[in-house]
Design a protein around this ligand. Structure first.
Ligand code: TXA
Ligand code: MG
Length: 356
């Protein structure tokens, strides 16, 4: 098979022959999008620098942004790090396979391009039978960022991968919607110290049963250690902003703005509301998407990126996302929402920018 020239193809991940095909493509240095429990990944042989270079190319990812390496065993993880670490072993025992990525100093085994020249490597063992089969049958770790263009929301379905990366991929394995829907939590370990680099599928409170987790304060002057910490990320094309007030206050403000529009003879913009639970009295909005019926954060996390993607297709003037409390998975959900808004908060900016 000629790698890189065929059109992207979505195939059923449950068919053995498709797994074989995926492994064959990876062995030859090609790219395969595959399901994990968090989001879909764009995989390449993690020990093949040329194959990983193609991942950067297809994603239009800047070369300073390192990728996560996916392993099938703990030994494999340690072979990518230059050190043994007690805390890492405890965290692996507690959460692997699962949505926890650990960052530690790297070994010589990892190609420079994978770590973007950093002295550390990010490694995780996905909780996905399909992903683990691919890694084990390939016999090498699989380097895989989320299978989206750089800076865009991560794909939680095979169709979203197809939309994002189209012809750049050799094969897309379809396993239905990702179970968790948010990327892994990233923890950096230095000796006995744990630092949160990205909130994700495992809440910090749960990790704290094993180690205290330092949470760096991110402000506008923050120089990120990893671009996943950039303030603008996961962004739709539509203007996107965070609702930094109660829904009652927002409704009052909407009424006020609506009156002003009427007065000035200006058309009311098409606004989408992305809320945790369904809101009554939402006539200001052209469309409303609620992330969960009963306020379940796991359900909200699983649907977040897909709902953002769907709202993005509706040609709206603005999407307003509701703020939720940051306990448990709320921290990761709000992290993605704030970054999708590019660090901007409040609807005032939109209305003040003369877009009405
Ligand atoms: O759930 C996930 O983690 C998904 C699935 C596919 O496994 N992967 C994922 O990869 O989200 P990606 O590339 O979209 O995000 C990886 C993040 C980036 O923000 C990158 O900067 C950071 O991990 N990262 C990778 N290596 C790092 C390192 N050595 N030190 C610090 N951050 C690192
Ligand atoms: Mg990503």
């Amino acid at each position: 098979m000629k790698i890189g020239s065929s059109k992207s193809k979505i195939v059923d991940a449950h068919k053995d022959q498709n797994i074989t095909k995926a492994v064959d493509i990876l062995t030859k240095g090609g790219l395969v999008a595959f399901p994990t429990e968090t989001v879909y990944g764009l995989g390449a042989d993690g020990l093949n620098a040329k194959a990983v270079a193609r991942v950067f190319e297809v994603k239009k990812r800047p070369s300073f942004d390192p990728v996560i390496v996916h392993v099938g065993t703990r030994d494999d993880a340690f072979s990518l790090w230059g050190e043994k670490n007690q805390l890492a072993s405890e965290l692996m025992n507690a959460f692997w396979p699962g949505p926890l990525t650990l960052v530690m100093s790297r070994s010589e085994r990892v190609p420079d391009i994978v770590t973007a020249g950093l002295p550390t490597a990010a490694v995780r063992m996905p909780d996905s039978e399909i992903a683990l089969r691919i890694i084990n049958e390939l016999g090498h770790p699989v380097a895989a960022p989320s299978a989206n263009l750089f800076g865009r929301p991560s794909p939680t379905t095979a169709a979203a991968v197809q939309e994002e990366l189209g012809d750049g991929i050799d094969l897309i394995l379809d396993n239905g919607p990702a179970k968790i829907g948010l990327e892994s939590t990233i923890i950096k370990i230095e000796g006995a110290k744990c630092t949160l680099l990205r909130p994700g599928g495992i809440p910090v409170e749960v990790i704290e049963k094993i180690c205290r987790v330092d949470q760096p304060v991110v402000d506008s002057h923050f120089s990120p250690e990893a671009p996943g910490q950039l303030q603008a990320h996961y962004a739709p094309n539509t203007q996107f902003t965070v609702m930094d007030k109660s829904y009652e206050n927002l409704s009052r403000e909407m009424q006020h703005l609506y009156d002003a529009c009427q007065h000035r003879g200006v058309a009311w913009p098409k606004i989408g509301l992305l809320s945790m639970r369904k809101k009554e009295n939402s006539s200001w909005f052209q469309v409303q998407r609620a992330l969960t019926e009963k306020g379940d954060k796991a359900e909200a996390a699983a649907r977040l990126f897909q709902e953002i993607r769907e709202l993005d297709k509706l040609n709206l003037d603005l999407i307003i996302a509701e703020t939720i409390d940051e306990a448990g998975l709320g921290l990761a959900i709000m992290d993605r929402i704030k970054k999708a808004a590019g660090g901007k908060r409040g609807i005032e900016k939109f209305f003040a920018m003369g877009e009405l």
